[in-house]
Design a binder for this molecule. Structure first.
Ligand code: IMP
Length: 185
């Protein structure tokens, strides 16, 4: 099919994206690139801006991806601030915030933003779940504390292959791949 770039600093994300888009015959190349992120409460706005900034530097068709973890009983926190929250309070901090809360529901949202000389489009994917009571082994980011709906295990415990089968990022990538294959055959 085609070859596109995934611009990011996160190799964990690239591994998942590469494996999944391979099934659509879309070849993905990793370009390690740090972009300045705009301050916004809107994940889509952040991802679209990031794709534009990345295109200015790379000049080839590319995708970027932005994720947020939205916890119901914390009124959607950390949401667009998920990276900052993980780097500061960490997974244990999130578990501590939920101490004595009965509602542990959360939503993982992924936005994949595509940019080329003619298009700048965002594709969304969600995964509902709950926050675990303990940090589990393995995975990366919030994987050790996010239990997807219909599972008894966290993303970390499920491992990469099972995670790719159901994850928020996979849903966003499916929407992207459908559009990409229809428009680049
Ligand atoms: P960003 O999209 O890289 O800004 O991600 C925001 C935060 O969510 C970062 O701290 C990531 O480590 C974390 N994150 C992103 N995607 C995932 C995932 O699939 N599993 C667990 N944590 C994630």
């Amino acid at each position: 099919m085609g070859r596109i770039i995934f611009a990011s600093t996160n190799e964990g994300k690239f591994n998942e994206i590469y494996l999944h888009l391979k099934s659509f015959k879309i070849d993905v190349e990793f370009v390690k690139l740090e972009t300045v992120e705009i301050q916004s409460n809107n994940l889509e706005e952040i991802a679209l801006d990031k794709s534009k900034e990345a295109y200015k530097k790379i000049g080839r068709p590319l995708i970027v991806e932005d994720t947020g973890l939205f916890i119901d009983s914390l009124k959607g926190f950390p949401g667009p601030y998920s990276s900052y929250a993980l780097g500061t309070i960490g997974n244990q901090g999130i578990i501590d915030l939920l101490l004595n809360r009965t509602n542990r529901s959360a939503l993982f949202r992924s936005i994949v933003a595509y940019y080329d000389s003619n298009n700048n489009i965002a594709f969304c994917g969600d995964a509902k779940g709950t926050i675990s009571h303990h940090i589990t082994q393995g995975g990366w980011g919030y994987d050790p504390i996010f239990i997807p709906e219909g599972s008894a295990a966290t993303y970390a415990e499920l491992g990469i292959t099972n995670k790719i089968g159901i994850s928020h990022r996979t849903h966003a990538l499916n929407n992207f791949a459908k559009w990409y294959c229809e428009n680049h055959s």
